[in-house]
Design a protein around this ligand. Structure first.
Ligand SMILES: NC(=O)c1ccc[n+]([C@@H]2O[C@H](COP(=O)([O-])OP(=O)(O)OC[C@H]3O[C@@H](n4cnc5c(N)ncnc54)[C@H](OP(=O)(O)O)[C@@H]3O)[C@@H](O)[C@H]2O)c1
Length: 275
């Protein structure tokens, strides 16, 4: 099985992450093994899952059956909110399900400010990195004030912050802080989770037509050109191929700016501050 030729981003711990992967949020466990197997056959080598998705075992089964050497596949999973006091046991359970002895990236999934245990969760994830159970330590859904607190408490900058990000929700202040501090940005919901009319906007379709690409490819290419890491979710093999065919065209400056101008401060999922 040949890997796609996907560029990598160098993280602040000097490791490399493929800039494109497959996300498996809301992928039914009964379908996950087939979907991840398809993605690996198409040439994806980066899978983003989470304990709460309930499909780590099926992700692991697909990886094991692929026969692809472990070091060639980048695997991310996440610490769920009710395990922030118990990260070591939580990661051990994830690793058992995945059938792996380490993940490449472990993320504190949400800060959950009402619970106020995210600093301790971050400290535990750093310990798990030291123990070799995750190569890289990162966070997800952390707003500026959450990043500032974990950095102040530990002096350690997360390698990534995985946040909702798409043309209608660009998080300028937060992404500027991350970029200035060497925190790579991972976009979840890069296609706005299919909840917006983004892919039917005439201006995006026109740009696509000019490059013989779909609207989804135009949006994903915009993320890639911003240096963002993406793992669009799809259950369909033909869309896995489509979503990975991003490296044979470029948006002009004007085209790129058309997508940037779609900023509307519009998020389609939970605001991390409200949890
Ligand atoms: N850290 C977090 O809190 C968090 C939260 C949400 C998501 N995530 C991660 O981010 C990943 C991606 O985000 P997401 O799954 O929420 O949303 P997304 O990738 O923006 O959108 C997925 C939706 O877009 C559709 N789609 C995919 N490719 C398409 C294409 N080429 N043309 C048209 N439609 C297309 C999919 O439908 P089909 O499946 O029918 O193709 C699905 O309905 C997740 O899977 C997960 O790994 C993380």
């Amino acid at each position: 099985m040949n890997a796609l030729n996907i560029p990598t981003i160098t993280l602040n711990d000097e490791t490399e992450i493929p800039q494109l992967g497959l996300g498996v949020f809301k992928v039914d466990p009964g379908e996950t093994e087939r979907i991840v197997s398809d993605a690996l056959e198409v040439g994806y080598r980066h899978i983003d899952t989470a304990a709460i998705y309930g499909n780590e075992a099926e992700v692991g089964a697909a990886i094991a059956k692929s026969g692809i050497p472990r070091e060639e596949i980048y695997v991310t999973t996440k610490l769920w909110n009710d395990r922030q006091g118990d990260a070591k046991a939580a990661l051990s359970e994830s690793l058992d399900k995945l059938g792996l002895d380490r993940v490449d990236l472990y993320l504190v999934h949400w800060p959950v400010p009402s619970q106020d245990t995210f600093v301790s969760a971050w400290e535990q994830v750093l310990d798990l990195r030291e123990a070799g159970l995750t190569t890289t330590a990162g966070v997800s859904n952390h707003e500026l004030e959450h990043l500032e607190r974990i950095i102040e408490a530990t002096g350690e900058f997360p390698a990534v912050n995985q946040i909702e990000l798409h043309p209608e929700h660009q998080r300028q202040e937060l992404t500027a802080f991350c970029r200035a501090n060497g925190i790579a940005i991972e976009a979840w919901g890069p296609l706005a989770q299919g909840k917006s009319d983004l892919l039917t906007l005439p201006q995006i379709q026109e740009i696509g037509a000019a490059h013989d690409k779909s609207a989804a490819q135009v949006v994903l290419r915009w993320h890639i050109e911003n240096g963002t890491i993406v793992f669009p979710k799809t259950t369909r093999r033909e869309r896995m191929e489509e979503n990975a065919a991003l490296f044979d065209f470029e948006l002009s400056e004007t085209e790129h700016a058309v997508l940037t101008a779609l900023e509307a401060g519009r998020n389609y999922s939970t605001n991390p501050r409200d949890m």
